[in-house]
Write a protein that binds this ligand. Structure first.
Ligand SMILES: [Zn+2]
Ligand SMILES: [Zn+2]
Length: 352
């Protein structure tokens, strides 16, 4: 009988067994790469692969800080996370989306940590006995639990406090950094459609405070506003004498229009300076003295006074709270919101 076929069978079997027990290592590496890297990256959105750290550093010790209540003059010694609950409750409506509240919590915590660091050796000149105060025009707003209860009312208090506390707890210890240092996480209510570059408001270019477009129009109640003031009120608040033409021969409406003139503008359209009877005033100062919503403004005058039309509410730099809430309602996570309004930042957990 011919033996060759049997020999071929043996050869095939030995070849099979060789392939079965000695697979190509490159093939295994390629399969592992496919299973562990390529397929999950297709199935899972980027945001889940690049979540910020969820657990606190093992050596992290929660700092405490001194908080001056500017209404009572009392200084409270608080643990950082308790302070952050009081800031989020005071600075953002509790009805906002959870991811917006979380973004606010990280901002509030970063702000506090930055102040603790800044005033560790030299006390805060405005309030040397405290690291921060509760005045939103100087530091950031803060309310005690009693004040929050008064604000929210008995019926809403339990639910709101639980929601705000959850936002703080779920971001426990997390802070924003740029180039390894804590950032100044400035924020405001409503930008008016586009945030502002820091140098166009405070003359200091900060790399992470860049102008970005913002969709806060949907939700913001103070997106646009009108404010009318008499000339007496303008004079009193600006503390600059405003000479009005009084003789019948002069065209009073045309003359009064010349009393206040727009000066320099930022690329977004906000005013940087305003000319008042020949004096150049920073638009932020002008806005603050007259109690206007923003420096994104135009006006109309007559012999009686002036009517301002403003866009947005606040200085317009950094995170826009109503824009953050809009992003959250569109499904964005808090770290995506933060990285949008603060360009190039990192979120670190319990690093300070
Ligand atoms: Zn302060
Ligand atoms: Zn906005």
């Amino acid at each position: 009988m011919p033996r060759l076929p049997r020999g071929k069978k043996k050869q095939r079997r030995s070849l099979k067994s060789r392939y079965r027990f000695s697979p190509n290592p490159l093939l295994i590496i390629a399969l592992v790469f496919l299973l562990l890297i390529v397929i999950p990256s297709i199935l899972v959105p980027d945001r889940y692969l690049f979540e910020p750290p969820s657990s606190i550093q093992p050596n992290y010790v929660e700092p405490s800080l001194r908080v001056l209540d500017h209404r009572t003059g009392q200084v409270h010694n608080l643990l950082l996370e308790d302070y952050v609950v009081g800031v989020v409750g005071a600075e953002m409506p509790a009805s906002f989306e959870m991811e917006a509240l979380k973004a606010q919590a990280v901002c509030a915590r970063t702000y506090a940590c930055k102040r603790i660091e800044m005033y560790a050796l030299t006390p805060n000149p405005a309030h040397p006995t405290a690291d921060v105060c509760s005045n939103p025009n100087h530091c950031q707003a803060w309310k005690s639990e009693v004040e929050l209860q008064r604000t929210w009312g008995l019926l809403q208090n339990t639910r709101n406090l639980r929601k705000v506390t959850e936002a703080v707890k779920s971001t426990h210890g997390q802070v924003l950094t740029w180039n390894g240092a804590l950032i100044d996480p400035v924020y405001h209510s409503t930008c008016g459609g586009r945030t502002e570059n820091s140098e166009d408001v405070w003359a200091l270019k900060i790399p992470y405070l860049r102008s970005v477009s913002c969709n806060c129009r949907e939700q913001a109640p103070r997106y646009e506003a009108r404010t009318s003031l008499s000339w007496d009120e303008v004079e009193k608040h600006l503390q600059i004498p405003i000479a009005l033409p009084v003789t019948a021969e002069l065209d009073t409406s045309r003359k009064s229009q010349n009393l206040i003139q727009p000066g320099q503008k930022s690329p977004t359209g906000r005013l940087k300076t305003i000319e008042v009877t020949g004096h150049s005033l920073a638009a932020s100062e002008f806005r603050q003295r007259l109690g206007l919503n923003s420096t994104w403004l135009t006006w109309e005058t007559n012999s009686q006074g002036i009517t301002f039309q403003t866009r947005g509410f606040g200085h317009g730099v950094g995170l826009c709270q109503y824009g953050a809430n809009q992003m959250a309602s569109e499904g964005k996570k808090y770290h995506e919101i933060l990285k949008y309004y603060y360009q190039g930042v990192e979120i670190l957990s319990g690093s300070r």
